[in-house]
Every structure is written in C-alpha cells, then in structure tokens.
Design a protein. Structure first.
Length: 266
C-alpha cells in the first residue's frame, strides 16, 4: 500500500510538470500581471509566498518546490524553427550581456530589422551563404561575419571584446551549431543538460558556451545586481536605470548565476 501511495505521488508530480518536463519556471502573465507556471498553468498556492518570477521549480514527491536556478523574467526570447535546419533560440538578454549595453544597442539592430523584409548576402562567396534572402540569418550576418569586433557595434561596451563569430559557411558545417541547436540537443535537452555537463562534460560545453567552466565573484555580484533590477522592472517597466543593467558575459549565468552549487561552490 505504501509503495502504491509513493508511486501515485510520483505520478502526480509528473502530471504537475506536464509538457515542460523538469524545465518549468515562474513567469508573469502579460495580460493579467499574475504569476503562472511557464506551461500556462496556475501557480500552486504552495509556491505563491516563497517563489519569485523567473525562478525554476522542481517536483519532489508529487509537489512543486522552488529550485536554485533562476532566469530573467523580463527577457524577450524567440525560437525560430526553419524547415531545413535545427531551431535557433534568440535571447535579447544574452546579446545585451555580450555587448555590455542596451539602449542604443537596441536601435542598432531594430532600425534595420523593423524596416526590411529581405537582406543582401554578405558572404564572401555564394557557396558560403547558407541563408535565403528573407532569412533572418542574413540580417544577423551584419555583425556575425567573423570580422566585426563587438566594440564596433554602435552603443556597445563589451566586457570581452572579440570578433563576433561568423554566420557564413556551408550548410551542415559544425560552425552552424553556434546558433542552430546541435543534433544531439533534442527538444528536451535543456531539462537534462545538467546530466551531460557533470564532471568532464563541462569541458565540452565550454567549446560553445562561455562560462561553462567557472563563474567569477565579480560575475556573481553582477548577476545579483541584475536580479534586483529585474524585480524593479516588474514593478515599474519604465525604470530606465533598472532596464540598462546587464548580465555578465557568461552563458551559464543566465540560469545559474544565483546557483553557485552548479559550479560546486557553497
């Protein structure tokens, strides 16, 4: 009987997680302003007083509880699913972190992006242009050409000034995985990436993701400042000072900046 009860609790936990697998977080409904789970379901009463927007939740014995991980609740992300390539997940906050600025950096992209529907190829040869003329990949190549320095982007103040990696190459080249999700990163990879990153697997992650090996005290301090700014923005979206705070240029800090256990720290 006890085994049956335990099994039922575990089953209820799986049902509570639903379509998001273990990958659920708390978001704010833009229409009602209420906190809900990322799969659209109502926030359980057990979480209402102890969890904040952006915080991940996990299931334990059939009940949801707050997790250590947190993601920016005010970030605007978009997932592109081209027919002949794997998906691309675009995050504004990740780009702001690399550029070290918002404000003018927003206009640098959107002034052109919002005005055009197609873009000329900037590839050094037709054979190295993997994107169609209406593909946003061509627009991205305005900066992602392998030559442009991050500091040369108007309004940018990059914490790490490097040449922005190229969006050019033959279809299927390994370099495409810098934007397009690798073949071994299935639809549920985010929910189980921790298993792959444990131990020496972290070194493999670091080939693409800055910050997979470690996070510095300065970066932790910046994440905490960013967290406070996000909470302020939720109360007042017109708070310019809060809006202009950026994350550190550490890919993993996007979710693990407040989760030092991810780097085997206290």
């Amino acid at each position: 009987m006890k085994r049956y009860a335990l099994f039922l609790l575990l089953l209820l936990g799986l049902l509570a997680i639903g379509e998001g697998g273990r990958y659920l977080w708390i978001k704010v409904d833009p229409t009602t302003g209420e906190r809900v789970l990322s799969n659209g379901k109502p926030l359980p009463a057990s979480l209402a007083k102890i969890a904040v927007p952006g915080q991940f939740v996990e299931s334990e014995y059939g009940r949801l509880r707050p997790a250590r991980q947190w993601r920016p609740p005010m970030d605007i992300t978009k997932t592109f699913t081209p027919k002949d390539a794997s998906r691309v997940v675009f995050s504004h906050e990740r780009h702001f972190a690399a550029l070290g600025a918002k404000g003018a950096a927003c206009e640098t992209c959107h002034k052109t992006l919002d005005a055009q529907k197609s873009w000329p190829s900037r590839a050094p040869s037709p054979a190295l242009e993997p994107h169609g003329d209406t593909s946003l990949g061509r627009f991205c190549a305005t900066c992602h050409d392998g030559k442009t320095l991050a500091s040369s982007v108007k309004g940018a103040h990059p914490p790490v000034d490097v040449r922005i990696f190229s969006a050019f190459g033959r279809r299927g080249d390994e370099r495409c995985q810098r934007c397009h999700v690798p073949r071994d990163h299935g639809a549920d990879f985010t929910s189980r990436h921790g298993d792959a990153a444990e131990g020496s697997g972290r070194l493999r992650c670091a080939t693409c993701h800055r910050g997979a090996r470690a996070i510095t005290p300065a970066e932790v301090k910046q994440v905490r400042k960013f967290f406070d700014a996000q909470m302020q923005l939720l109360k007042n979206p017109e708070n310019d000072a809060a809006f202009n705070v950026t994350l550190p240029n550490n890919f993993c800090a996007y979710c693990h900046g407040l989760d030092l256990k991810a780097w085997n720290e206290d």
